[in-house]
Design a binder for this molecule. Structure first.
Ligand code: HMG
Ligand code: MG
Length: 284
């Protein structure tokens, strides 16, 4: 049997954040509660960002208050600045995530800041989280391609990964935000990034826009990565990344990993049911 692989479920956040319909909080809570029974150890359920920027995530505190927390599951939230961190802490998020971009164009579009300015805003977040004992995960977006700047150099990704490592992020998730990465580009990017951070502390976050997410997962597995982000139902997209389609579907990723002998510890029946629920949330 091959190594176990963890799927970090990001459907309630990355999956839903771009949906146009104002999804009622109760539906989000029902999705998280179902996912809590599937065997995930970490589920990203909210982001504490400007409601003007991402209206769908405006009810993050209500979602965190409404869910039934399962033992052994950590409920995560995105926090772009101290205000977001304080909201996440008050809502009792078990861990938070800071998110940077490897490309200036996407940083400006997503955070209204240069990479350097976004990093400055993370300083008080990581200081407060350290004082509170709350784990911080890091994200790097546009690890191969940027919707504004085009191809991204592996060294630019490695530089941002090193910053997040130095901040004390316990894990850094590498985002192919617009799903344009080829296996060759992912391979080159990981060769650079693993010089800065060990594969055991990295996660792959592949969007499936061009249908290459699973091929890119295989490249990352070969580099030693054993954590992958996915969204049930293959929902997803970033409002500030034109052309970004869904995250790799949790159902498809789980089947792919288990066919290759990697146990995921997930209940396929519940994951499938959550996928159906998530797709239905898209249409209402
Ligand atoms: P800004 O306009 O530069 O900052 O936005 P600001 O400080 O001037 O604030 C603007 C307004 O937002 C103010 O309200 C603030 O009070 C408010 P106003 O005075 O206009 O009424 N505000 C907040 N409200 C709630 N929570 C907060 C917060 N902070 C400020 N935390 C800001 C800067 C970072 C806030 C904005 O750019 C933002 O919210 N961006 C988030 C965009 C986002 O969530 N994108 C999607 C997630 S990233 C992603 O999906 C990629 C990923 O999946 C990996 C991958 O695929 O690559 C992670
Ligand atoms: Mg994403």
């Amino acid at each position: 049997m091959a190594d176990p692989v963890e799927i970090f479920e990001v459907g309630p956040r990355d999956g839903l954040q771009n949906e146009k319909r104002a999804i009622p909080t109760a539906e989000k809570v029902a999705l998280v509660d179902l996912l809590s029974r599937a065997g995930f150890r970490r589920i990203e359920v909210a982001s504490f960002v400007s409601p003007k920027w991402v209206p769908q995530m405006a009810d993050g505190a209500e979602v965190l208050a409404g869910i039934t927390r399962a033992a052994g599951v950590r409920y995560a939230a995105l926090t772009p600045n101290l205000r977001g961190y304080e909201g996440a802490r008050a809502a009792r998020a078990d861990e938070v995530a800071i998110f940077a971009s490897a490309s200036e164009g996407f940083s400006k579009a997503n955070l209204n800041a240069t990479i350097a300015q976004s990093v400055e805003r993370f300083v008080p977040v990581v200081e407060a989280a350290r004082a509170d004992g709350i784990p911080v995960r890091g994200y790097v977006s546009c690890v191969t391609d940027c919707p504004f700047d085009g191809a991204v150099a592996p060294g630019d990704v490695a530089r941002v990964v090193a910053i997040l490592r130095d901040f004390g992020c316990y894990e850094v998730s590498l985002g192919d935000t617009i799903g344009q990465g080829t296996p060759e580009a992912v391979d080159a990017m990981l060769a650079a990034v693993t010089c800065e951070m060990p594969a055991a502390d990295l996660a792959g976050h592949f969007h499936d826009t061009a249908g290459r997410a699973l091929a890119n997962v295989d490249v990352a597995l070969a580099h030693g990565l054993r954590v992958f982000d996915a969204a049930v139902g293959g929902l997803g997209g970033c409002p500030y990344a034109p052309g970004a389609a869904g995250n790799v579907a949790t159902e498809a990723l789980m089947a792919h990993l288990e066919a290759a002998g990697h146990p995921t510890g997930l209940d396929a029946g519940i994951v499938a049911e959550a996928g159906r629920m998530a797709r239905k949330m898209r249409t209402g």
